[in-house]
Design a protein around this ligand. Structure first.
Ligand code: GLA
Length: 398
């Protein structure tokens, strides 16, 4: 709690320095996320099992009298500006500002209201490129702040959809809904089992007992990540198009069964077959994973994590040498139940389920060997599921 207050005080100080005195801004906090299992299933209307993490982004915002937006990224010391009177234009020099602009524009459209401009500043402890979804946290923080400033009343699943649209239509990444949803609906001490078709969800107590969840940041994010991500989505759509001609009830990969997939394997492009096999089997792993966690059967959960990684590596082909190295090193350590790539891939982080007594050995061995072989120092954290986004201060009317 103290840390939150410190963050807020420091953000407020910077906000006033940058924008001058005036009415007190609204302040919100939005967390990053780690996905335990269920990768590249969200945009296929499947299942995911993420947790919100205790790395958060803090954002302060107040209304302006005109329709200008002035946005300050504290950690980058960058200021971006645009006007809501103008058409959207992608800001190539401050790519982070496209998320803000996207949320503003989608909120305007969905609320049917012309929103006023704002002054906004944000800072965060979510390292960009680590696969912890700092961009979703920025969208979510902006959406919550704008909702408060303008008296809007979208519920949280609706806000998640708005943020996802902002990213799809304005930031150029055709992402699913997982990251925004968990940032808005995470609960401390819980994982979130989400059905990305119906948006029904269940908070699952994460009682790890003698086990720990360790995140390892690889320190790399390959530049092809976004374009390959969008390509995977198109490959999945191609698979849906193929099967919906044969089985009209197949509207998304959620409707396809392994039996149908296998029956038509020979007619399918082998790349598409591999992508579909990953998605279908990953959905089953999430369901099995939820049952395993509920039964506190961590060994089974670890086995599923390993299978998920292998499927991402060989079938979906979204891993990379650095991540595979981290996974390989982790798997050699006794007491590690499972390790996998978490997030979209092509860099980012791995998540491992490790016996408490093995954490030290794990950290030392993974750190040393990874550093030796890549020259990069990986960053390791223990993950404790945190609460979702919240309004910290309501601000003053102006
Ligand atoms: C990124 C996207 C999510 C999801 C994951 C992969 O994090 O933003 O919507 O598709 O990749 O599971």
């Amino acid at each position: 709690m103290k840390e939150v207050q410190r963050e807020v005080q420091s953000l407020l100080g910077i906000f006033t320095e940058v924008f001058g005195p005036g009415s007190a801004p609204v302040i919100v906090r939005a967390p990053g996320r780690v996905n335990l299992i269920g990768e590249h299933t969200d945009y296929n209307e499947g299942f995911v099992l993420p947790v919100a993490v205790d790395f958060s982004l803090f954002l302060a915002a107040r209304r302006r009298k005109d329709r200008q937006v002035k946005a300050y990224a504290v950690d980058r010391e960058e200021m971006a500006a645009f006007s809501l009177e103008d058409q959207f234009s992608f800001d190539h020099s401050h790519t982070w500002s496209n998320y803000l602009q996207g949320v503003l524009r989608v909120l305007q459209e969905e609320s049917g209201e012309e929103l006023p401009g704002i002054e906004v500043a944000f800072t965060g402890k979510i390292p960009p490129g680590a696969g912890l979804s700092s961009s979703a946290a920025l969208e979510v923080a902006a959406a919550l702040a704008l909702q408060e400033l303008n008296g809007l009343s979208f519920d949280r699943p609706a806000l998640a959809r708005i943020c996802q649209r902002a990213e799809n239509e304005f930031a150029g990444v055709n992402c699913g809904i997982m990251d925004q949803f968990i940032s808005l609906l995470g609960k401390a001490g819980h994982a979130l089992f989400l059905d990305c078709r119906s948006l029904e969800y269940r908070q699952l107590p994460l009682e790890l007992g003698e086990y720990r969840l360790i995140l390892c940041q690889s320190g790399v994010r390959h530049t092809l990540a976004d374009s390959e991500y969008n390509r995977r989505r198109r490959e999945c759509e191609e698979g849906v198009a193929f099967f919906s001609q044969r089985f009209p009830e197949v509207k998304s990969l959620r409707d396809l069964t392994l039996t149908q997939l296998e029956a038509h394997r020979e007619e399918l492009n082998p790349v598409i077959y591999r992508r579909l096999l990953h998605v279908l089997s990953e959905n089953l792993r999430v369901e099995e994973g939820v049952a395993a966690l509920e039964a506190r059967d961590f060994k089974t959960f670890g086995v599923l994590m390993n299978a998920s990684h292998d499927s991402l590596r060989y079938l979906y082909e979204v891993s990379c040498a650095e991540i595979d190295l981290l996974v390989g090193l982790a798997r050699e350590v006794p007491g590690v139940l499972g390790t996998r790539l978490t997030g979209g891939g092509f860099g980012g982080s791995t998540i491992s389920l490790v016996q408490e007594g093995a954490v030290e050995d794990f950290s030392r061995r993974v750190l040393n060997n990874y550093q030796q072989q890549t020259g990069i120092t990986p960053v390791l954290y223990e993950i404790n599921p945190a609460g979702g986004a919240e309004l910290i201060e309501k601000g003053e009317e102006n």
